[in-house]
Design a protein. Structure first.
Length: 518
């Protein structure tokens, strides 16, 4: 248990943070309407989650690179960006991003960019590493031209990010960590009910195996044909905290509860590879969780809606996506297509807006996503809200890439993205393009291959490919990309073509010859 002194300190930090956050609304009033207004953005791309969760993500130490899309803020000529990472990012990767900037010389952008590093590749959150290094915190402060015109942005906001914002004395454009329970799996279900948005039948605030067994028995009694149920850790990440329970061969009547208690340790199959019953139950006891019906369907989809609550109050729908799911039971996020299918994107957008109103009443701020499961029933679709992610997600950096590259905007009336010329743009994206053959490539090789095969983003047509997670390619054989085209089919073809080219070039095992190499 925390000491009374620690509790008082945490309460004091919370009060100071709330005062600091009051600067956001007037700051946004002054600078957001004017693209030439001076501003400073401190980017902290920390995945502040448990080290064991990070350890299950292939190439996790390079996931900080996903927020390099924020470097495209440098297209605003009076904007400065401070980007902090655990380990230095290869200069060739920074150069790749700066050359994507439309209409801005890379030298001009580089003068407004400060790259700082902890030089610490340990499997811990970046923000924790920064706070352990007071001289680094001071260098971050010194990199900000005018703190009165600056704010901090991060992947997810925890008490660590709050402490860093206080140390830098700049507000954080993200959710107050004290409100994170609102976005837990249990909190999400409560928000959905308040908003009148359907979610799978289930139970919140599970704390141990007895709670889980009782909830499973209750669900089976309420739904006799139920085949499967899912258990989710309240703070699970990217589907890795999910586990599936099968009711196959279960008895009816009085013997059901005893059968579930007996079978639970062996029938509960964790989504995360290598995660077994004992550590899963230990995590449940620590953070809590939910049990809910597993939604069955022959053609079900996994769309999501991304929203933003402005410091000034307005709610904005940013985008919709169809998520590409994988893992043992299609519970793990792999990639996405933008926008979600025309048959239902406006319906889930409306549901997300109702949930956003509930979140605004509870004080939530910044970007968040809401995941759905959608199942065709005859000529209609049924939608069930699954969870709220009070953070940037797997679709945040891909959509920001599209937005920054084209200077276009999302049209909430149609659910489409329109360029300044009024043309629609679509994309297919992934964070999990992975092949053993890619281990033969370095970041320089990847960029050479892209250049020689025309795998780049063309500013004239506003179509093409932008890569990310480039630093993970050699060690982990993994990278990400966004393939932008003028139709969903075109984006799919471009994605398939890019994968085909990468596989072919990686297997060649020879360097692409360029003038610089001669």
């Amino acid at each position: 248990m925390p000491s009374s002194r620690t509790s008082r300190s945490m309460t004091s930090d919370a009060r100071r943070f709330r005062r600091l956050q009051r600067r956001l609304a007037p700051l946004f009033e002054r600078i957001m309407p004017d693209p030439r207004a001076p501003r400073g953005v401190v980017v902290i791309p920390s995945l502040s989650v448990a080290p064991d969760v990070l350890g299950r993500i292939v190439g996790a130490k390079h996931y900080e690179e996903r927020m390099l899309s924020m470097l495209m803020l440098l297209r605003l000529p009076e904007t400065s960006v401070t980007f902090v990472t655990s380990e230095p990012v290869d200069p060739v990767i920074i150069d790749y991003y700066l050359h994507l900037l439309p209409g801005i010389p890379s030298d001009h952008a580089r003068r407004r960019l400060a790259l700082l590093s902890c030089y610490d590749g340990s499997m811990r959150g970046l923000t924790t590493k920064i706070l352990e290094r007071p001289r680094l915190v001071q260098r971050i402060r010194e990199s900000i031209p005018d703190p009165a015109l600056a704010h901090m942005t991060c992947y997810n906001a925890t008490a660590a990010e709050r402490s860093l914002a206080l140390a830098l004395d700049i507000p954080m454009y993200a959710c107050d960590p004290d409100l994170l329970p609102v976005g837990s799996k249990s909190g999400s279900r409560e928000a959905f009910r308040e908003a009148g948005v359907a979610c799978p039948d289930g139970f919140e605030h599970m704390r141990d195996a007895a709670d889980v067994a009782g909830a499973l028995a209750a669900l089976k009694r309420r739904h006799p044909t139920l085949r499967r149920a899912v258990v989710k850790l309240d703070e699970g990440f990217s589907g890795e905290g999910n586990a599936l329970f099968s009711f196959d061969d279960c008895p009816a009547g009085a013997g059901l509860a005893a059968w579930i208690r007996r079978e639970l340790p062996t029938r509960l199959v964790c989504e995360a590879p290598g995660l077994t019953w004992e550590p899963y139950m230990a995590a449940l006891q620590e953070m809590g969780g939910i049990v809910e019906c597993f939604v069955e369907g022959s053609d079900k989809q996994s769309p999501s809606v991304q929203c933003r609550i402005d410091p000034r109050g307005p709610i904005e729908v940013i985008s919709t996506h169809d998520q590409v799911m994988g893992g043992r039971n299609d519970q793990v996020f792999l990639g996405s297509s933008f926008p979600a299918a025309a048959a239902y994107r406006l319906a889930i957008q409306d549901a997300a807006t109702r949930v956003a109103r509930v979140l605004r009443r509870r004080g939530i701020l910044g970007r968040f996503g809401i995941d759905f499961i959608s199942v065709p029933r005859g000529t209609e679709w049924e939608h069930y809200a699954l969870e709220i992610n009070l953070r940037k997600g797997g679709t945040s950096h891909t959509f920001m890439t599209l937005q920054f590259l084209t200077d276009g905007a999302y049209d909430a009336g149609t659910g489409l993205f329109l360029t300044p010329a009024g043309l629609s743009r679509y994309y297919r994206a992934s964070d999990n393009l992975q092949s053993d053959s890619y281990r033969r490539l370095t970041p320089v090789d990847l960029i050479d291959i892209a250049v020689h095969n025309g795998l780049h983003f063309d500013g004239a047509t506003q179509q093409g490919v932008a890569f990310h997670l480039i630093g993970a390619v050699s060690e982990f054989g993994k990278l990400g990309m966004v393939c932008v085209a003028d139709s969903p089919e075109g984006a799919g073809r471009l994605y398939a073509h890019t994968v085909k080219v990468l596989e072919r070039e990686a297997r060649k095992g020879r360097r692409v010859t360029t003038a610089a190499h001669r």
